[in-house]
Design a protein. Structure first.
Length: 94
């Protein structure tokens, strides 16, 4: 879907690097539980890529708490899937 204000990236998050403070929304579906040994580092990298005031949406088989500097906005559970929506603070201190 072409749009001037939309950037879609696909990469191996275990080895790739996302730019910091670059995105209003970072989303991840059905992945973290598949690479559970990398999940903490991957979640930290995705969180670092969210701009202040932005959102991180994660669907996973793992029940997760919000990353540092984020507040939980929603948590839904359907069967074995957890859907987490976290908002980054407007003025993060870390």
């Amino acid at each position: 879907m072409p749009a001037q204000n939309l950037t879609v990236r696909q990469m191996d998050i275990r080895t790739g690097q996302l730019p910091g403070n670059a995105y209003d929304l970072v989303t991840c579906r059905a992945m973290l539980h598949q690479i559970s040994e990398y999940a903490p580092a991957v979640l930290e990298q995705m969180a670092a890529a969210v701009k202040p005031g932005g959102w991180l949406y994660v669907e996973s088989g793992l029940a997760l708490g919000p990353p540092a500097g984020f507040e939980a906005h929603r948590h839904l559970k359907a069967g074995a899937v957890h859907a987490h929506l976290w908002r980054r603070a407007d003025n993060p201190t870390s």
